[in-house]
Unconditional design. Structure first.
Ligand code: SF4
Length: 530
């Protein structure tokens, strides 16, 4: 065989002898071996649910286990890769209809929850002053016996005094309660109604804005099939509720379906930066912009008369009269958005079908959030875009049934859970809880909290800190947190919960147009004694 011409990395022509060629052949063989292993490793990136897989980094065999995320409340579907009993990587589950194989950055790093070096691995009993940071390790048996004794004391007193209201001295407060009803069943078994959620510092304005118009508390847009989207204050591409599934569908709609995206937000969010048109109104003026658009749509006859007739309890004339003061010029004064743009966008929205608005969770968190949400919602109603392909759709939620028979609720309402100060409130007003206890309007004997850190996250957090430090107001505080937090460090007893990657929960979230039920299953065994 004659010598071959070759080119080195500097581009110089060289000569290759037969001996060199044989050496090169061996090198190519080795490279092919590497390539073959590389292919296997690449295959490892494809998720074969429930099967073995190969780590792309170490080449070791690893197991892929489907799970349901809980780093936030969206409940995306993920796949955990477990190597030698340790989670090494999380990815989105390709088979989840709404997640479609993608997790957000927080979801991808969720396994750090399991291996957090500050994780509490055993029950702790306070030994110093409250908040002093002095603890004694105790067993789970000791911890649960102590809690049971404290609960028993309240129940015995309620029985001896024949007063069911005493049972409400047992309080359970949570931030994120995804226990499939276990907390409610536990409290109902104890006879207490003092179950307190965090909704009023979260999304009750959204709920109130929508529940009184169409029933459900959120919208689920058919982004992928729409032609026109008005975003009011939501940063859906980065952080909004149901961000992961919605962001994917929004991109499908804008890029794949050539939908126009108009965004109103007080700042240049990632979503506004992606929009065809972005406006920066004064905070809390989204509602008046929506009312002005509705004013234009109704006065110019661009509404869907049949939808208004068939699905609402108002007439076109009533709507026109109601919207009369909300001219685009008035909205410009309030918001700074030019009246001519409000008019043009209103016309485009009403005449481009299908179309939808999205507002989760921008305006709801400003003043008069419930009214702003209702005004934005109305744009979809008067243009007949509700529950249409490419429109503004009902959320597809599903419920896991509770085990039967259900425990009856406690006999006496709790003033902490249903404040008499707000008799018409359809959601709890938890921000008043510390004040009511401090004013003596509610007595607490045992306070339990789960996924909750009001001493850090609530408005007037110093008031919550004052409450938790006062042993006269809260004589016995139990935290189920797996980590020390500003609130947990003020507990008397810590019974650490497992993380979301170590436990079972039934789940269902309306995170897209496909209704789905899912199960959170342990990816690894709970660490330590948890
Ligand atoms: S958006 Fe999805 S992946 Fe991200 S934290 Fe929430 S549930 Fe997990």
């Amino acid at each position: 065989m004659s010598d071959l011409a070759t080119r080195n990395t500097e581009g110089d022509i060289g000569r290759l002898s037969r001996r060199d060629f044989i050496k090169l052949g061996a090198a190519v063989g080795a490279a092919a071996g590497t390539l073959s292993l590389g292919s296997r490793r690449l295959m490892a990136m494809e998720q074969k649910l429930g099967s073995d897989d190969i780590s792309a980094v170490t080449g070791a065999q690893r197991q892929s286990v489907p799970y349901t995320c809980l780093v936030c409340n969206i409940e995306d579907g993920g796949v955990a890769f477990v190597e030698n009993g340790r989670i090494v990587k999380l990815e989105g589950n390709m088979d989840h209809p709404n997640t479609r194989g993608k997790l957000c950055a927080k979801g991808n790093s969720g396994f750090l929850h399991v291996y957090d070096p500050d994780r509490i691995m055993t029950p702790l009993l306070r030994t110093g002053k409250r908040g002093e940071g002095k603890w004694k390790r105790i067993s789970y048996d000791e911890a649960t016996s102590l809690l049971a004794k404290k609960l028993r004391e309240v129940i015995d007193r309620a029985q001896s005094e024949s007063d069911d209201a005493i049972l409400n001295e047992i309080v359970f407060k949570w931030g994120r309660n995804r226990t499939g009803g276990a907390v409610h069943r536990f409290m109902q078994a104890l006879g207490s109604n003092a179950m307190i959620n965090h909704t009023n510092i979260c999304e009750s304005s959204k709920k109130v804005g929508l529940e009184h118009s169409w029933g459900p508390d959120i919208e689920s847009c058919d982004w992928a099939n729409t032609k026109y989207i008005i975003n009011f204050g939501s940063n859906v591409l980065e952080t909004a509720y149901f961000m992961n599934p919605n962001a994917q569908r929004l991109v499908d709609g804008v890029v794949g379906n050539k939908a126009k995206l108009v965004s109103f937000d007080v700042r240049l969010s990632n979503t506004s930066a992606f929009a065809d048109e972005a406006y920066f109104p004064y905070p809390g003026t989204d509602g008046v912009i929506a009312l002005a658009m509705a004013h234009v749509i109704m006065n110019e006859g661009l509404y869907d008369a049949a939808f208004i007739r068939d699905w609402t309890n108002v007439t076109v004339e009533q709507l026109i009269a109601h919207l009369k003061p909300y001219t685009p010029e008035f909205a410009e004064q309030e918001s700074t958005v030019p009246a001519r743009d409000i008019r043009r966008i209103a016309r485009e929205f009403a005449t481009t079908k299908p179309a939808t608005t999205f507002s989760y969770r921008g305006p709801a968190k400003h003043v008069y959030g419930a009214y702003q949400e209702a005004a934005i919602h109305m744009l979809n109603v008067i243009t007949g875009n509700v529950e249409k392909k490419g429109g503004y759709c009902l959320p597809r939620g599903m419920d896991w049934p509770q085990p039967q028979p259900e425990q009856p609720r406690g006999k006496t309402p709790s003033v902490l859970a249903a404040s008499p100060l707000y008799p018409l409130a359809s959601h709890q007003v938890s921000t008043h809880v510390p004040y009511m206890i401090m004013k003596g309007e509610a007595k607490v004997s045992v306070w339990m909290h789960l996924y909750d850190n009001p001493v850090y996250t609530y408005p007037s957090s110093h008031v919550w800190a004052h409450l938790f430090k006062d042993e006269g107001l809260l004589p016995f505080v139990v935290s189920f947190s797996p980590y020390i937090s500003e609130t947990t460090e003020l507990a008397d007893l810590i019974i650490p919960d497992v993380t979301y990657l170590e436990r079972h929960d039934p789940e269902s979230m309306p995170s897209g147009l496909y209704p789905c039920l899912s199960i959170r299953q342990p990816v690894v065994k709970p660490l330590g004694g948890t």
